[in-house]
Design a protein around this ligand. Structure first.
Ligand SMILES: [Zn+2]
Length: 59
């Protein structure tokens, strides 16, 4: 019988700036959903949108 130990997952959100294409990875926040508007871009102040949400296993 398989007894695979489950690794805890941490969710991350990637926000992408449509203007300068800068991607910012941060920890997932409650309420984040794909293509929702994110924060203002650090470098050009354009409103980013959420490009990716993924879970990463921590060892
Ligand atoms: Zn930008």
């Amino acid at each position: 019988m398989l007894s695979k130990k489950e690794k805890p997952l941490i969710a991350f959100t990637v926000e992408k700036c449509p203007s300068c294409k800068k991607e910012t990875k941060r920890k997932f926040k409650e309420g984040d959903c794909l293509f929702a508007p994110g924060m203002q871009c650090d470098s050009c102040k354009t409103l980013t949108s959420i490009a990716k949400i993924f879970g990463q296993a921590i060892e």
